[in-house]
Design a protein around this ligand. Structure first.
Ligand code: ZN
Length: 280
């Protein structure tokens, strides 16, 4: 039987972002569904951690033997007033605490878009810079790496005004140790600078997320595809990420309200395992 070391190593790097399966499941059920299929890592969302209770979540994850490839998510640093930005920082410090308690590889940051009513993109960029810089002091003390996740430009207004890996790399250069990037093929596949920017991110890649871009995409947020169902050359991007020295987990992260979220978690996971082997 050909089940060589290369394939084993590949499967061992698979992590499941809980959003891929958790809509009807508790964190406990997500953990159980992954552990039963010998998946080695999970990336839980904070609302699921809160539902379970942090201490209990940490205990369940520890008992299951799963690693935590990342906690989703911190960020949302932008706000129209100082009080709003302070509230965001307080929440981010709690997110850092949660990531530390779970022993997560990183806290993923979706940085925030334009504040309500604003057209000042440059101001939003500087709020993000300042927010991460402030949080970074705390995150360093807690030993939690912060992963800036650039999102597709269609989210610039509402979710994240950092939209290219170049911009995220620039921020990392400015901010210094303790902050890196999460590379998500869904958000970055279209960028003609991607190969060069992934190489530039060497040593600071904290996460690698996979799914696929469907044609046509019918919903900006909730119509991501399973690997292999869309047009992203995931293998190519995966090779670039590997060439940049990244050896961590590879997270399957699929928001799919009309397809995968309607299916049983077991079917989704087993499909993800097969497609991961074939397309990642
Ligand atoms: Zn992602």
């Amino acid at each position: 039987m050909v089940w060589g070391a290369e394939k084993m190593a590949d499967f061992a790097r698979l992590s499941i972002n809980s959003a891929t399966i958790d809509h009807r499941l508790s964190l406990e059920q997500c953990i159980d569904a992954c552990a039963r299929r010998a998946i080695l890592a999970i990336a839980p969302w904070r609302h699921k951690i809160h539902d379970a209770g942090l201490k209990r979540a940490a205990r369940m994850i520890r008992d299951s033997g799963l690693a935590v490839s990342g906690v989703c998510r911190g960020g949302m640093f932008t706000a129209s007033d100082k009080a709003g930005r302070e509230r965001a920082l307080d929440d981010n410090r709690r997110a850092v605490d949660e990531a530390a308690t779970l022993g997560a590889d990183c806290l993923v940051l979706v940085v925030g878009g334009l504040p309500d009513g604003s057209r000042d993109l440059a101001a939003a960029h500087s709020q993000v810079h300042d927010g991460i810089a402030t949080l970074l002091d705390y995150a360093r003390r807690c030993n939690v790496p912060l992963a800036i996740e650039p999102l597709h430009p269609m989210y610039a207004a509402e979710r994240a005004c950092i939209n290219t890996l170049r911009h995220a790399n620039d921020l990392c250069d400015e901010l210094g140790p303790g902050v890196g990037v999460a590379i998500d093929v869904y958000h970055l596949w279209w960028d003609d600078n991607l190969e060069a920017e992934i190489a530039r991110a060497s040593g600071r890649i904290l996460g690698f997320h996979v799914c696929d871009w469907l044609v046509p995409t019918t919903d900006m947020l909730l119509d991501r595809g399973m690997m292999g169902d869309g047009i992203i050359d995931i293998r190519q991007i995966s090779r670039w990420v590997t060439a940049a020295g990244y050896e961590g987990f590879i997270e399957v992260e699929i928001f799919s309200a009309q397809n995968w979220w309607l299916r049983e978690a077991g079917e989704v996971l087993e499909t993800a395992i097969r497609r991961f082997d074939e397309f990642v």
